[in-house]
Design a protein around this ligand. Structure first.
Ligand SMILES: Nc1ncnc2c1ncn2[C@@H]1O[C@H](COP(=O)(O)OP(=O)(O)O)[C@@H](O)[C@H]1O
Ligand SMILES: [Mg+2]
Length: 150
C-alpha cells in the first residue's frame, strides 16, 4: 500500500512525523530514505515528539544511533550515512527489532536492509523544490494504522 504526501515546510514534515509517532504501538520499524538534507532527521524530530518523548533529536551521523525515551516506548534512531557496513551496530539493531516496547527508525538503511523485517514503513522523501518535499510512504496492510489519519 502506498500514500503520497507533499509538505511545504520543515514544520509540515515534522508534523507528519508527529502524526505517525502519535499512533505507534511498539515494535514498528521505519525506514527513511532521501538525499542529504531531504528531511529525514526533521521527520524523526516530530516522530519522537508524537511518541511522547521530550528528548533532543539530532542527526546521529557520527554516533550511528540515538535513543529517545517516551512513556511506554524507546525509540532507536539509527543513521548509517557513509557506512559501508554496519559492523557491531548491526547487533544493537537486531537486539531491538520487533521488541514490543521498542521502535526503530533508520536513516540510510541500505547497509542493514538484510536484517530489517519485511513488515516496515518505508518512507522516501524527495525534494520537489526549495522548501517542498514529496513524501512517499509504503507499508503493508498490518501497518496501515500508522498512516490512516494522514
Ligand atoms: N518541506 C520540508 N521538509 C523537511 N525539511 C525541509 C523542508 N523544506 C526545507 N527543509 C530543510 O531541509 C533540511 C532537512 O534537513 P534534515 O532533516 O537534517 O535532512 P536529512 O536528515 O534527510 O539529511 C533542513 O534544513 C530543513 O529546514
Ligand atoms: Mg539526517
Amino acid at each position: 500500500m502506498k500514500k503520497i504526501i507533499v509538505t511545504k515546510s520543515p514544520e509540515e514534515t515534522e508534523k507528519l512525523g508527529w502524526q505517525i509517532g502519535k499512533v505507534l504501538k511498539g515494535g514498528e520499524v521505519i525506514e527513511l530514505a532521501s538525499d542529504l538534507g531531504g528531511g529525514k532527521t526533521t521527520f524523526t524530530r516530530g516522530f519522537a515528539l508524537g511518541a511522547g518523548s521530550d528528548d533532543h533529536v539530532s542527526s546521529p551521523t557520527f554516533t550511528i544511533s540515538n535513543i529517545y525515551t517516551a512513556k511506554k516506548l524507546t525509540i532507536h534512531h539509527f543513521d548509517f550515512y557513509r557506512l559501508h557496513e554496519a559492523g557491531l551496530i548491526e547487533h544493537e539493531l537486531e537486539d531491538v527489532l520487533g521488541e514490543p516496547d521498542q521502535v526503530v527508525i533508520v536513516e540510510w538503511s541500505d547497509v542493514v536492509a538484510h536484517v530489517l523485517p519485511e513488515d516496515r514503513l518505508a518512507i522516501k522523501i524527495a525534494s520537489s523544490s526549495d522548501g517542498e518535499r514529496t513524501v512517499t510512504v509504503e507499508y503493508p496492510e498490518k501497518l496501515a494504522y500508522l498512516v490512516e489519519k494522514l
